[in-house]
Ligand binder design. Structure first.
Ligand SMILES: [Fe+2]
Length: 614
């Protein structure tokens, strides 16, 4: 039985295909349309997922489509919210309602039209089902997890009404036990600070988290006193006098400005101490709520394991803190924790929870297959592309592949890597990644300025061999999806000089902090991706070769894109990004492409104009 999951019309639309409960394919629409966070109906992602599953004319039939939330309920929430604040909210009401009436409410016809375009129509038209937003998140966290039973927390901005839920999964059953409702939302609280500190809501949250290590929590008490009332069980209420999202179009209002000593930071303007301290303070508040919610979840459910999803679950610093509290024996976090993951959770919820189909669990191993669930391009397809464009390349043998690429990065080259199936979720995990030498003191600024075109205060993430995690980090278990932050082990650290806080941000970030400086944050933390031989044998082999050459089983991994662009999908996307940056080599499947040999190198225009600095 094949089920298609769809999430869209909010942000990060996506599609997913499951077959008898097994995840076959999943992808975000942005990767195909090249529009970052594309929220439109995911026609391309649907087409890809159906093709990957052999569904379509002459192939298998599709047994159902499951949409990740209930548009009418959501519309109801929006109407009620507006009615509560009318006439103050009239402006946003007038803007939002026609959009809802036109697109968002009429999901079934859009799904049917998309299927028809994929050759599925008439008598073969499948039923369309709806799950609730937070049920989709909870299902995406619990069903693929390696646990037989677990507590399940979902934390995000808002779906229909719920913003936070506590549930429990046992075998194929998943029940939501408690919820916190809009407007009280941890996701929206964090987003309010994202907005106020001058970052983009729905994507800049990760930057705000990365800024926190520079700050001190001098606003933490003020936030808890004025903005959010946190109860012992982790439930919370926001003081809506300070927020703009009920009645306006901004996240915060004038009272919020007064509380924090002035208006929001202008995007792209210099980051001041206030923003660093706000970042640290809201991070501390978030961690307190997450840990208290988890304690309560443990008490209520009695389970030893916890599954997490929803946008807040991408806060890998809070996840690391939660793990170290020992409240739960272990955590599993859905790698596509944001709304894209709803496309995966919706059909799983329908299959197990509605149809009651049993779930098989392999202890110690989740069913996400490394989250490598997207398109892959064959040797022939890539070769055809290279030949058609007459691009010089060298083909590497399987045995040579890891050795050659490892030697290139050991010599401080920056290499773009596009091979295997594309990752599902916001992080690149070695198949659509740019990699470099984690030991190099200059790698961080090379990658920031010459590759990503940003002046970032954030270090890069490490990809470390799973069996070497404890050699580098204070972590005793795998972190396959870059969703846990832990410190670099003490013996690798360079002591602080004590004058760090008086330095300009970029000088501070460029000062080496360990023997793997490119991946060590100013507070010695790192966003860890552990790489296992089972889930990604090629990437594992590459890092193993790097270890053989250098003694270090860890490299730098950043997503294969430039600022403002989605991660690359096809060999063509990868080649174009490669040529527009100062990457030295590109690996497309088995092919190695040397920048120096490329014909257009002298003729790529003023690429710096296209990107603003970060
Ligand atoms: Fe959500």
């Amino acid at each position: 039985m094949k089920l298609l999951g769809v999430s869209c019309f909010y942000h990060d639309s996506a599609a997913c295909l499951i077959d008898a409960g097994r995840i076959v394919a999943a992808a975000q629409e942005e990767r195909f349309t090249r529009i970052k966070h594309d929220a439109d109906f995911p026609l391309n992602a649907v087409r890809y997922c159906l093709a990957e599953g052999g569904v379509g004319p002459g192939g298998a039939s599709l047994d159902g489509v499951v949409f990740y939330d209930k548009p009418l309920l959501k519309f109801h929430r929006i109407l009620e919210t507006y009615l509560e604040v009318v006439p103050r909210g009239l402006r946003s009401y007038v803007q939002a309602v026609p959009l809802w009436l036109k697109d968002k409410l009429w999901i079934p016809p859009q799904i049917e039209e998309a299927l028809e375009r994929c050759g599925i129509g008439g008598s073969k038209r499948p039923e369309i089902y709806f799950t609730e937003h937070h049920e989709s998140h909870a299902a995406s966290a619990y069903y693929p997890s390696p646990f037989e039973d677990a507590a399940v927390l979902t934390l995000d901005g808002v779906g229909e009404w719920a913003t936070t839920t506590l549930g429990v999964g046992e075998k194929e059953r998943l029940r939501i036990l408690e919820e916190i409702k809009f407007p009280h939302s941890l996701g929206l609280l964090y987003s309010a600070f994202t907005y106020f500190t001058g970052f983009k809501v729905n994507s800049g949250e990760y930057k705000l988290m990365g800024l926190a290590p520079y700050g001190v929590g001098r606003y933490t008490d003020l936030i808890k006193r004025e903005l959010v009332d946190i109860k012992e069980d982790g439930s919370f209420r926001l003081n809506m006098d300070y927020f703009g999202y009920m009645d306006g179009l901004a996240m915060t209002n004038g009272r919020f400005d007064t509380l924090f000593g002035g208006p929001p930071r202008e995007p792209e303007s210099p980051i001041s101490r206030r923003e660093m301290d706000l970042a640290k303070s809201i991070q501390e508040v978030t961690e307190e709520i997450v840990v208290k919610l988890a304690r309560h979840a443990r008490e209520v459910t009695g389970k030893r394991y916890l599954c997490l999803a929803g946008g807040v679950a991408l806060n890998c610093v809070a996840n690391g803190v939660l793990l170290r509290t020992g409240v739960f024996d272990d955590l599993w976090i859905q790698p596509a924790a944001g709304d894209a993951g709803g496309a995966l959770g919706a059909p799983l919820a329908f299959w197990h929870n509605a149809l009651g189909k049993p779930r098989t669990v392999t202890p110690g191993r989740d069913s996400m297959r490394g989250s490598y669930l997207g398109p892959e391009f064959s040797r022939e397809q890539i070769r055809e592309y290279l030949e058609a464009k007459q691009l010089p390349y060298e083909e590497l043998t399987e045995a040579d592949w890891g050795k050659r690429v490892a030697a290139l990065i050991a010599a401080e080259n920056v290499v773009g890597l596009c091979h295997g199936r594309m990752e599902f979720g916001p992080r690149a995990l070695g198949n659509r990644s740019i990699i470099g030498d984690a030991r190099s003191p200059k790698m961080q600024s090379i990658m920031n300025l010459k590759i990503k075109y940003r002046e970032s205060f954030r270090p890069f993430a490490p990809s470390v061999l799973e069996e070497r995690v404890a050699d580098f980090f204070e972590l005793d278990r795998p972190s396959p999806y870059m969703l846990l932050v832990a410190d670099v082990v003490e013996r690798r650290r360079v002591p602080k000089k004590g004058d760090e806080e008086s330095l300009p941000l970029l000088e501070w970030v460029n000062r080496p902090r360990s023997d793997v400086p490119a991946i060590t944050h100013v507070d010695y933390s790192a966003r860890i991706q552990s790489v296992s031989r089972e889930e990604n044998p090629r990437y594992h082999a590459l890092i193993s070769e790097f270890e053989r050459l250098t003694g270090y089983g860890v490299i730098v991994n950043t997503s294969f894109n430039v600022r403002g662009e989605p991660i690359v999908c096809t060999p063509e996307d990868a080649y174009r990004c490669f040529m527009r940056t100062e990457m030295d080599y590109l690996v497309l499947g088995p092919f190695l492409i040397d920048k120096k040999a490329q014909p257009q190198l002298q003729d790529r225009g003023d690429w710096r104009q296209e990107y603003k600095l970060d």
